[in-house]
Design a protein around this ligand. Structure first.
Ligand code: CR6
Length: 807
């Protein structure tokens, strides 16, 4: 399609859809028109992709995730379709700005943070690598809450993202399935003596899929993200006549649990988990049966991935369908289940290792509980006398009245991976060490990655242009080619061009800050960014204490030779996470104090941007000079904003945690500021129990001064919160070693300050960060999952007759 044709089609579609002309239409109508042109254009490829998979008996992977966080899809679909420039120019000629239409699209925020965003980066990469892979999740009525600040406190508002409809989804009524919830189940022998389940009571939920096309990058592949929505089956209508009954039914999948790595211990959450697990697994089996292949070979057709523990019941549901519905023997079914399933662990935080009480599980999905009991019984039976008794007790799925979901996922699958080298090593040596002893071959690492196209080409067109002009365009497909940039580290023209792109991005972020927060910041200052969920282990508090220190130093000596800096935060706290919300309040109050204080001559600014989400990340990241990755070593499984910021030329200040370690290896020690305890030192402290925060406080006058500022009135309006945070450090012994790492962090910050003062050197460091970020592409990550875990191949490995281009 050329521009002329696009304009013609666009005007025609607008006329058909709304009986309007361009000049009369609202941005929303124009957005709907463009979207409908796009979906009808890729629908053909979507159908053909699906047919090709079917006709080739292609093995497919199914990524089960309770969260997906795609953000906006308009531009990335345009880019992947190869339409972006053409549409941008065509619309411009019609007097329409593409960016105005982008504003209309709500962020699709069916995820909390890294976990959900990772799932969406994977969806993009799987399609873009031409791999046959699908997403499977829940279509929540409300996405992650919207964050507002009122009196500097976080307030949560509902995210009604579906209010104006969703362009990209297709409701597939014909693919609905029913899910049995609750009731009683007992086993009854049939005429051959085989035990079959008999269900009494309970209810049926109808799961209706809404499919969204996952458009691959210019390769004619369109995969499917299938999100299940809850409806009342006609035969159950009577049960839900009353308003209350109806409401409690609808509530079941209406909200995403706004917890990042905390388990939401609620029955509704368990119901959500079983709902999307059962619907997804049933639909996989139905599809497989339509292929008329022997049931024994299903592992050659399907790979089911359990993304964190929430979908761990896939193991038991798959068993249930094979044994109860397909009459397969337990042993055969178990062998197939383990071959089909694989599991990723995303955290070592103890409170996030999901467990459910037996009672609750019996209540929500009684047959699943019975099957888990049987899996557990056989697990013990097989190991007793072979393995150490205590080891068996520690690795059982059912312990102390609880069902351990991670144990179920590990025992019931052939692969368990962590999300960065350090994290995977910790799984083997500490967190899941017992399982590593049992199944050493199942453990592997898959370092996370990011969708390069979204995080550079779309988010940072200014830098992309410089890259194209300098190293050609191949990096857009093959991110390792970013390394070609290293040939230009002494080239002032390139260094200046990159710096100019950064400056432009900083100017537009400054304008956004001005219009959204009313704060004036200078694009000449260092833009220092910490964007991620608010969590004690991520240590936004460490960043804040350093800011308070700088402020107090500047009050004492306004001539202090430091580069002007703008500290930028973006973070949501789980609504029930009191401590995290107190940190937000204190950061906001410090911001009010600092930003209004003219005596420090604008050398320090502090901005907490409201409602951090994917779209806001796309604005902030290209404008960042410094990337804060300062979690306590061992606690952050991987992190992914660290990769996005590095890619966009920010210099990282980091502990040796998660993927920071691999970032350090990629850029080299001179191009990153590393500080703080190592994971080994943290574990030493745990072992020896010899960390005493109060000693540090009493000894170190700087720490004293800074920490006292929380309670001595220096910062207004934080009597309660300041005390709470003070107590967490001093009275409750600083769980995340903030004070222990403080001095080292300040020194690292000072070195960043110095590096920035040498402009040329800074620009070189920044260039090296971009140049070495290629390995963190999610294309690389999903290819590794495909090869090592799922054993799936691209369609074009067999079939090139649709002109699919290989890359
Ligand atoms: N909170 C990890 O904490 C990791 C992502 C994606 C997290 C984070 O370090 O980058 O997963 N874990 O692997 C969970 O959500 C349980 C996260 O986003």
């Amino acid at each position: 399609m050329d521009k002329k044709e696009f304009k013609k089609k666009f005007k025609r579609r607008l006329a058909e859809k709304f009986a309007m002309e361009v000049t009369d239409a609202s941005s929303n109508e124009l957005y709907q028109t463009l979207g409908s042109l796009m979906t009808s254009a890729y629908s053909q490829d979507w159908r053909e992709t699906w047919k090709d998979y079917r006709e080739n008996n292609q093995k497919q992977s199914y990524y089960f995730s309770i969260e997906f966080l795609p953000g906006k899809m308009l531009k990335s679909n345009l880019l992947n379709m190869g339409w972006l420039e053409l549409v941008e120019e065509g619309l411009d000629e019609l007097g329409i700005q593409l960016n105005d239409l982008v504003e209309i699209e709500p962020d699709m925020a069916l995820g909390n943070g890294g976990l959900g965003r990772l799932a969406s980066c994977f969806m993009d990469s799987i399609a873009s690598c031409g791999l046959p892979g699908n997403g499977n999740g829940i279509r929540y009525e409300y996405g992650l809450f919207k964050q507002r600040f009122v009196d500097n406190y976080q307030v949560e508002l509902p995210d009604e993202w579906l209010q104006k409809g969703n362009l990209w989804e297709v409701r597939k009524e014909s693919k609905a399935v029913d899910v049995q919830i609750g009731g009683n189940v007992y086993l009854k022998p049939d005429q051959y003596g085989k035990l079959s389940p008999v269900y009494e009571g309970g209810s049926k939920l109808r799961a209706v899929p809404y499919d969204t096309g996952m458009v691959g990058y210019q390769n004619k592949i369109v995969n499917t993200m299938r999100l299940w929505s809850l409806e009342i089956p006609p035969e159950e209508e009577d049960r839900y006549r009353s308003i209350e009954a109806r409401r409690s039914f609808e509530d079941l999948t209406s909200v995403l649990y706004p917890d990042d790595s905390n388990e939401a211990g609620r029955k509704m959450r368990l119901t959500q988990e079983y709902f999307f697990v059962s619907a997804g697994v049933q639909s996989i089996l139905r599809y497989f049966k339509s292929l008329n292949q022997p049931m024994d070979e299903i592992n050659q057709y399907a790979a089911i991935h359990i993304n964190d523990t929430h979908p761990a019941m896939c193991v038991a549901e798959f068993m249930r369908l094979l044994v109860d519905e397909e009459q397969m023997s337990w042993e055969r079914a178990w062998d197939l289940t383990r071959k089909v399933m694989s599991y990723t662990n995303h955290t070592i935080m103890a409170e996030a290792l999901e467990k459910w009480s037996i009672d609750m599980m019996k209540n929500v999905c009684p047959r699943i509980y019975q099957i888990i009991e049987e899996i557990d019984r056989r697990f013990v039976e097989e190991l007793i006398g072979v393995q150490d008794f205590d080891l068996i007790q520690r690795t059982r799925i059912i312990q102390d009245g609880q069902v351990h979901m991670a144990h179920l996922a590990i025992i019931g699958s052939h692969s368990t991976n962590g999300v960065a080298k350090l994290h995977s090593d910790l799984l083997k040596s500490v967190v899941l060490h017992d399982f590593y002893l049992l199944y050493p071959d199942r453990f592997n690492n898959k370092t996370n990655g990011i969708a390069m196209r979204r995080w550079v080409q779309l988010a940072n067109p200014a830098m992309s242009k410089v890259l194209d002009a300098t190293i050609g365009k191949t990096w857009r497909k093959n991110s390792d080619d970013l390394r070609l940039l290293l040939n230009y580290e002494e080239d002032d023209q390139v260094l200046n061009a990159l710096a100019e792109a950064k400056y432009q991005n900083k100017r537009s972020l400054a304008a956004y800050i001005k219009s959204h927060c009313g704060i004036e910041v200078s694009p000449e200052a260092i833009f220092d960014v910490q964007i991620k969920r608010l969590h004690a282990y991520k240590r936004q508090l460490l960043n804040l204490l350093h800011i308070i220190k700088l402020y107090l130093d500047l009050k004492e000596n306004p001539e202090l030779p430091i580069e002007p800096r703008v500290f930028i935060f973006g973070a949501k706290a789980a609504p029930s996470y009191h401590y995290a919300k107190s940190i937000i309040k204190v950061i906001n109050e410090v911001a009010s104090l600092i930003n209004a204080d003219e005596t420090i001559k604008g050398k320090l600014k502090l901005v907490f941007l409201e409602n951090y989400n994917v779209s806001l990340a796309e604005r902030i990241i290209p404008a960042a000079d410094v990337s804060e990755q300062i979690s306590l070593a061992s606690k952050e499984a991987s992190g992914t904003s660290n990769m996005k910021l590095m890619l966009n030329g920010a210099v990282t200040i980091a502990t040796l945690d998660g993927a920071n370690v691999e970032i350090r290896d990629a850029v080299g020690d001179d191009n990153i500021a590393i500080f703080g305890l190592t994971e080994g030192e943290v574990y030493q402290y745990y072992e020896k129990r010899n960390y005493h925060a109060i000693d540090l406080y009493e000894r170190d006058t700087t720490i004293q001064k800074v920490v006292n500022a929380l309670i001595d009135g220096t910062i207004p309006n934080i009597t309660k919160e300041g005390q709470e945070i003070f107590d967490s450090l001093i009275k409750y012994n600083d769980e995340f070693f903030v004070l222990r790492d403080f001095e080292d962090y300040c020194a690292a910050q000072m070195s960043v300050n110095q590096a920035y003062q040498d402009t040329r050197r800074w620009r070189q460091i920044s260039l090296r960060n971009t140049a070495n970020a290629g390995r963190f592409s999610s294309d690389r990550t999903v290819q590794q999952y495909a090869d090592d875990i799922w054993q799936i191949e691209p369609l074009f490995a067999h079939n090139d007759n649709r002109g699919v281009t290989q890359h």
